[in-house]
Ligand binder design. Sequence first.
Ligand code: FES
Length: 334
Amino acid sequence: GAAPAEAVVTFHPDHRTVAIRFDETLLDAGLRHDINLPYECRNGGCGQCKCTVLSGNVDPGLYQPNALSAEERAAGKVLLCCATALGDVEIEYAAPAVPSAIRQYTAHVVTMERLTHDVMRVMLKLPHGQQISFRAGQYINIILDDGQRRAFSFANPPHQPDLIELQIRLMPGGRFTTHVFEHMKEDDAVQFEGPLGDFSLRESERPIVFVAGATGFAPVKSMVEDAFHRGLKRPIYLYWGVRKLADLYLPDLPQRWARDHENFHFIPVLSDATPEDNWSGRTGLVHEAILEDFPDLRGKEIYACGSVKMVEAIFPSLKNQGAEEGMCFSDAFT
Ligand code: FES
């Protein structure tokens, strides 16, 4: 006969049994039945939804190796947001102390502005009377028609909660970013969920070194504007690494911050400046500029935002020069 379209999944320790379709994740099935499951990125990246399979077979799905190690997988752990049921299964999970504050929203595009050849600023507005409260450094997941998600940091500070600023970089061949550059227009509806992530400024008096690569500038903008708004007097250094001058979008903004706030310093670094760029500023890799400027990085808080490749490349050499384990934070995108 035909294969059954559903199985059941039992969640322990509360022993709740719910129906699950073979084409949905364990997380989606549980949330649909209001089970207080732990999760965050819903994309196999954060590891928050890790749990144990007690019995039954699951397909673990695709996820990032740092979210679930091979040892954990061998010990029967799976990520709820990636795993699907291959039959009836029993799962053990740890409920979060505070039920998730992540909500879904539908916003509308109010303005779109090309900041440079491959970066679009998209301003989203929530329906009248709705706001989203978040911390500077967090991000949202845009939800595509088929349920896939794309992560973007808030570029605006939290004290502007009715508009959401995104800085979206065109990824060659990228389905969503191509849509943004070719078809998205004002008034379009955008579905998203958030706020997500635990990247945010720690409370201390230590000097702050921001390292941004390309659109890693977006969360930094949110955090710096938030720091100014809260009157923080900590020294802030922003190293922004891009390839060519044309990649430096909104360059006047950090220059203005530096004029208006004596604790703020802006150091743009170009890795592939062309003769036409006529660039007399810093060149090379962004972390090399930091190593030159700070012979000893002890006591500095370092916040790196950029590609996984950049973030993985910079921390070992910064740590060699005194950067301390508990003071290095990162927000990486693929
Ligand atoms: Fe992030 Fe599952 S929710 S890995």
